[in-house]
Design a protein around this ligand. Structure first.
Ligand code: TYM
Length: 331
């Protein structure tokens, strides 16, 4: 049996290159050999304040971005989390198997709750829903960035607790990290690239060329004199170069850096050119999809019905093991 892969991405409206290099490249790579399920997690997005007027467009836009990046609906299932209600049903069951203390230790909750005036119970419970997302499909491989490792560890704990108490059902969840598990903000390389920090802290995969060039041009490199170690800003630029340029160019600039002859203007130009060269075909595909959002809707519809089939089957067994649901009363 092929191992099952699951991952989720929030419908933030726009994918950034941290999402792309940290997770999406692996989504695409894994579809070659595995049974892959990818979800746009709108129930995670509503754990903080959101505007219902814009959410559907953001969901659709993220779906189009994923398709443009190479998700192939013939090989992988792509669907929207809220279209498969079993996610929330399993989340409730998992709530009863998760300790309050474990949730309180989640660093992402601590960070995110500080940014909110109103801290919802949903935000606190977010990692439990994430565990349900993965385990509903009995997935064992989860491509993510480093910021999700603690959540996956919790999913493992929940699965073990379930298996121990109600019978072996869930597999061990294992993260799959890319070469860039934590891409940093160009404007503040001490922080990870993220949309919530503001516009200058991320580079959108579908962003116009001029603004990508500008963000790379103004990216922070060395602050103060050059030390022994490569500064985080320079290391981040080299990482983007490694991921998008041919290895010859990367090696050449790396050597120049070691020799102390590299001018950062040259490095930045190379990063901008390589990155744009890589993004252009994705952006072209995305423009085509924009003209045909009806077909994107169909992909999501079909994805939800395929996901639902697996979810319903597994949920039936989970209810049976737990002693709940209408089947449990049948003689
Ligand atoms: P989200 O939507 O914040 O991010 C989607 C994916 O992108 C990765 N990522 C990064 N990787 C490297 N460098 C960065 N700067 C960077 N920023 C984001 C994230 O690690 C993630 O893999 N809770 C999840 C969504 C989710 C999920 C799931 C993931 C819900 N259910 C089940 C896996 C399995 C999240 O908010 O990701």
């Amino acid at each position: 049996m092929k191992e099952r892969v699951f991952s989720g991405i929030q419908p933030t409206g726009e994918m950034h290159i941290g999402n792309y290099f940290g997770a999406v490249v692996n989504y695409v790579r894994l579809q070659e050999q595995h049974d892959c399920i990818y979800s746009i997690v709108d129930y995670h997005a509503i754990t903080v304040e959101h505007d219902p007027k814009f959410l559907p467009a953001k969901v659709l836009s993220m779906a189009a971005d994923l398709l443009a990046c190479g998700i192939d609906p013939k090989r992988a299932i792509l669907f929207v989390q809220s279209h498969v209600p079993e996610h929330t049903e399993l989340a409730w069951i998992f709530n009863c198997l998760t300790s309050f203390g474990d949730l309180g230790r989640m660093t992402q909750f601590k960070d995110k709750s500080e940014q909110q005036e109103f801290v919802s119970a949903g935000l606190f419970d977010y990692p439990v829903l994430q565990a349900a997302d993965i385990l509903l499909y009995r997935a064992s491989k989860v491509p993510v960035g480093e910021d999700q490792l603690q959540h996956l560890e919790l999913a493992r704990r929940i699965a073990r607790r379930f298996n121990g108490r109600f019978g072996e059902f869930f597999p061990e969840v294992e993260p799959i990290l890319s070469e860039a598990p934590r891409l940093m903000s160009p404007a503040d390389p001490g922080q990870k690239m993220s949309k919530s920090l503001g516009d200058k802290h991320y580079i959108g995969v579908m962003e116009p060329e001029a603004s990508i060039r500008e963000k790379i041009k103004t990216a922070v490199t060395d602050v103060g004199p050059r030390g022994e170690q490569m500064s985080p800003g320079v290391a981040n630029l080299f990482l983007i170069l490694k991921l998008s340029a041919d290895s010859k160019l990367y090696a050449e600039l790396e050597q120049a850096y070691q020799a102390g002859t590299l001018r950062y203007v040259r490095l930045k130009e190379a990063v901008a050119e390589s990155l744009l060269g890589m993004l252009r075909p994705l952006q072209a595909r995305r423009r085509e999809l924009e003209k045909d959002l009806g077909s994107v809707r169909l992909v999501l519809e079909d994805g939800a019905s395929r996901a639902r089939e697996i979810a319903q089957q597994n949920m039936k067994e989970i209810r049976r093991l737990m002693g709940v649901g209408p089947e449990s009363l049948k003689a």
